[in-house]
Design a protein around this ligand. Sequence first.
Ligand SMILES: [Zn+2]
Length: 399
Amino acid sequence: MPTIVLRGLIFTGTTSIENGSVVVDQSTGMIVDAGKKGDVNEPNDSKVIEVPGSTILPGLIDAHIHFFGSKRYDLLEWLTTPETLVALRSVADARKLLRAGFTAVRDLGSKAAPHLKRAEAEGLFDGPRIVQAAKSLAQTGGDDDIPLLPLKIAEELSYSYYCDGPWECRKAVRKVIRDGGDLIKVYSSGSMAQGTKVRRQFTLEELEAIVDEAGAAGMKVASHAYGEVALTNSVRAGVHSIEHGIGLTQDIVKEMRSQGIFYVPTLSAYLAAKTRVTEERAKLINKHLTEDIELAKQAGVKIVSGTDYVGCDTEPHGENYHEIVNLAKYIGNQEALIAATSRAAECLGLEKSGMVKAGYEADLVVVKGNPMEDTNNLAPSHILHVIRRGKLYTVNGQS
Ligand SMILES: [Zn+2]
């Protein structure tokens, strides 16, 4: 079997191993052995990669992105960019993500994602593994519904299925299943994309119908939730992850902890340059960047790294390591690395991923420097090699 041996400092996905060795079977794309160099059986004819001062990690995971294939942070542009152009730009974005060390991403609402996932799985382009929600679920008149357009046209252009009442919500879940979605993304509240105020969207009854219908198909639900009402409804309905989670309270984080609900705070999206910044938005975001994350950390909620980048100029795919750097400021370097590897894999339902461990998939990245000391060592300029499906991509290193 053709094998690659990586030698150096390992971050396993939870902890570190000095003088480690990882053996990758290129034909199966699996890790055959990993651990302390002396304990690992390195086949004689392996290709050996050993870069002094580098670190071997599980491939990075961004648990919240959108393949929008648009240049600007602008709702109308997201809805109206021709689908062919979205696809071509998204392929370029997927390549950038892989070369930036990201071997898996979760797309939480886009028109292109189910098709991109299929094309990537067919090996048509080099990119990360794509877990995706297909179109999101939103209420009529939600934040991605442009009121100036006739409803029929808005619905046709939207990256969400509009649904109202429990039975329409169940039907929308069934449409996502038909589209090939891996999970359901629901807008339990509005967002600040249009500069609107924080209001709950969907009722508890609607959210319960969505979670129940998704569950019947073995699918999880990711809930975009701003504000106490939307957060409380989401937690009560039993969603799998809270996205953004602006306005957390003690009661909500306690409930998230006891139900094992993942938390993706998407700090980077709020730190990215935005137009239409209102005073109210600034206040909410300041609280999010300080209190929300602290509450979640103190309660022991499972925090996961996700940028909410859409691929536009101010949120470019390929720069997604920013979330790990931002998280590290609040939860520390090691926890931030866990949030972007083993825990993110758990959130995405990737059972044999996110760890440098025998029997796991060889989705790996080798970076210059030690990200446990400084997470900025995950920047694209530090990526030496990426392995995905057993294939070696040499980015900045020497092959
Ligand atoms: Zn999003």
